[in-house]
Design a protein around this ligand. Structure first.
Ligand SMILES: *Cc1c(COP(=O)(O)O)cnc(C)c1O
Length: 426
C-alpha cells in the first residue's frame, strides 16, 4: 500500500478500518484535557469500558450470596476458570484442555520449570536469550542455583552479533547444535520485549526438541499480539501475562499452556495444590493428589475471581474480534507508523533509527526507536504533549500501535508532535 503523511490519508484509513469501533470501548488517559496517543499497550493495556461490569458482578454475587457464590453465582466461582479455555485456546493456538489461568507470569514460569527443568549430570543446560527481560534472567539463574548448579556452567545465552540489534535464527540453531545432548531446556521470550523481534518459534522448538530438550516460551509480548500455534508447533509449555496486549489490568493473572502430550505423564514432577486435583473429587478432601489431566492440573490454589473478572472481559472481547482481524490491522498500522517515522526522520535529517526488524514476519505490534539526538528530553516532550511512550536505557523509546484502540490518525498526529519536538530542541 502507498502511504501518505497527511491527516486526510490517515482519516481515510480509519474510515475503512473494521476495528475502528473498538477504540470507543476503551478508557484513555487525558493530558491537558485531551485524550492521549497511547503507545504503551505492550506494558499496560488500556481499560475496556465493559470490564467494570464484570468486576461489579463478582462484587454483587459476593455481597448477595457470600460463600454460596462458589456454586450459585451466575458465573460460579468454583469453575470460573473454565470460561477461559475456549477463548484463550484460540488466542494461543491450543486445545482448550491445554490452557488455563492462574498466578502471575514469573510465578507460572517457575512452576512450569519445576516440571520441565530437571537437570541431570549430563543434561543440565538452559538456552535463553542475551538481555532477556530481567525477571526471566533472575528466574532462570535462581532455578539453576536451586538445583545446585552455577549459572556460568548451566546457562547459555544467545548473543547478538556485534553491531546488530536482533538475534539471528541461524545463531540460535547453531547454539542448539553446539549444546547438543547437554541441553535440558530452551526458554526464550517469543517476542523480545526490548526490540519487538518475533522469533520463529516453530523452527526453534523443533530444533531444541530434536536435541532432546524441553521447550518453553515466555509469551508476555506474544499473547494477544501475534499468531500462535502452540499445539501444532509442539511447544512443551508457555506462559504469558494478561495486562499487556490483553488489557486485563495491572499485575493481573497469567495464562499458561501445557501441551497435551504431557497431560497424562504423572511422573513429571510438579508442585501441587487442591485446585489442580481431579475436579469430581476435589471436595472429598482426599489425602493423595490426582491431577486434572490437562493444563488445569498445574493449578495450585483456588482462583482470585476478582482478578479473573477483568481478564474474562478481555478474552471475550478477543474472541468476538478474532486474532486474524487484529493481526491484519496490526500489520497495516505498524507499517504506517514505520512510514511516518521514516518521513519525519527524513524531514529532520537523520535523527533516529528503528531497531525492530523491518521484515513483517519478524515483528508484530512494536517499533523500538533508538534516538541518536536528545533522547530523554524528547521523551519528556512527547509525554507533556500527550504521547505516552516508554523509555528504555540507553536511548530507546518503544512504540506499540495497538490495533484494538489506536487509530491511523494517532500515527499521523504523533509524527507531527515528534517533528515539532525535535525541531524545538535544536
Ligand atoms: C512483562 C514481562 C514479564 C513480567 O512478569 P510478571 O511476573 O508478570 O511481573 C516477564 N517476562 C517478560 C518477557 C515480560 O515482558
Amino acid at each position: 500500500m502507498e502511504f501518505l503523511n497527511t491527516r486526510e490519508f490517515a482519516q481515510q484509513l480509519d474510515a475503512k478500518d473494521k476495528l475502528a469501533k473498538y477504540r470507543d470501548e476503551f478508557l484513555f488517559p487525558h493530558v491537558n484535557g485531551k485524550q492521549v496517543i497511547y503507545f504503551t499497550g505492550n506494558s499496560l493495556g488500556l481499560q475496556p469500558k465493559r470490564t467494570k461490569a464484570y468486576v461489579d458482578e463478582v462484587m454483587d454475587d459476593w455481597a448477595k450470596l457470600a460463600v454460596e457464590g462458589h456454586f450459585y453465582a451466575d458465573k460460579p466461582w468454583w469453575d470460573y476458570q473454565e470460561r477461559f479455555a475456549g477463548p484463550l485456546s484460540k488466542i494461543v493456538g491450543a486445545l482448550p484442555s491445554e490452557v488455563t489461568v492462574a498466578n502471575t507470569l514469573t510465578v507460572n514460569l517457575h512452576l512450569l520449570m519445576v516440571s520441565f527443568y530437571q537437570p541431570t549430570a549430563k543434561r543440565f543446560k538452559i538456552i535463553c536469550e542475551e538481555k532477556a527481560f530481567p525477571s526471566d534472567q533472575y528466574m532462570i539463574k535462581s532455578q539453576v542455583r536451586f538445583h545446585g548448579l552455577e549459572p556460568e556452567d548451566a546457562i547459555v545465552e544467545i548473543k547478538r552479533r556485534p553491531g546488530e540489534h536482533n538475534i539471528r535464527l541461524e545463531d540460535i540453531l547453531d547454539t542448539i547444535k553446539q549444546v547438543g545432548d547437554e541441553l535440558a531446556l530452551l526458554l526464550i521470550g517469543g517476542v523480545n520485549y526490548y526490540t519487538g523481534q518475533v522469533f520463529d518459534m516453530k523452527t526453534i522448538t523443533k530444533a531444541a526438541q530434536d536435541a532432546g530438550a524441553y521447550v518453553g516460551w515466555d509469551l508476555a509480548h506474544g499473547a494477544g499480539n501475534i499468531n500462535l500455534e502452540l499445539h501444532d508447533w509442539n511447544v512443551d509449555f508457555a506462559a504469558w501475562c494478561s495486562y499487556k496486549y490483553m488489557n486485563s489490568g495491572p499485575g493481573n493473572a497469567s495464562g499458561l499452556f501445557v501441551h497435551e502430550m504431557h497431560h497424562n505423564d504423572l511422573d513429571l514432577p510438579r508442585f501441587s495444590g487442591w485446585w489442580g486435583h481431579n475436579k469430581e473429587r476435589r471436595f472429598l478432601m482426599e489425602p493423595n493428589f490426582d491431577p486434572v489431566r490437562g493444563a488445569e492440573g498445574w493449578q495450585i490454589s483456588n482462583l482470585p475471581i476478582l482478578s479473573l473478572a477483568p481478564y474474562l472481559a478481555s478474552v471475550e472481547m478477543f474472541d468476538e474480534i478474532g486474532m486474524p482481524a487484529l493481526i491484519q490491522k496490526r500489520d497495516v498500522i505498524t507499517a504506517y507508523l514505520e512510514f511516518i517515522l521514516h518521513e519525519i526522520d527524513r524531514e529532520v535529517k537523520g535523527h533516529f533509527e528503528i531497531i525492530t526488524p523491518s521484515e513483517p514476519a519478524e515483528r508484530a505490534c512494536q517499533l523500538s526507536v533508538f534516538l541518536h539526538g536528545e533522547g530523554r528530553t524528547l521523551f519528556d516532550y512527547l509525554m507533556k504533549n500527550g504521547v505516552i511512550t516508554d523509555w528504555r536505557e540507553p536511548n530507546v523509546i518503544r512504540l506499540a500501535p495497538v490495533p484494538l484502540y489506536c487509530s491511523y490518525e494517532d500515527m499521523y498526529q504523533f509524527g507531527q508532535i515528534l517533528k515539532a519536538g525535535i525541531l524545538s530542541h535544536r
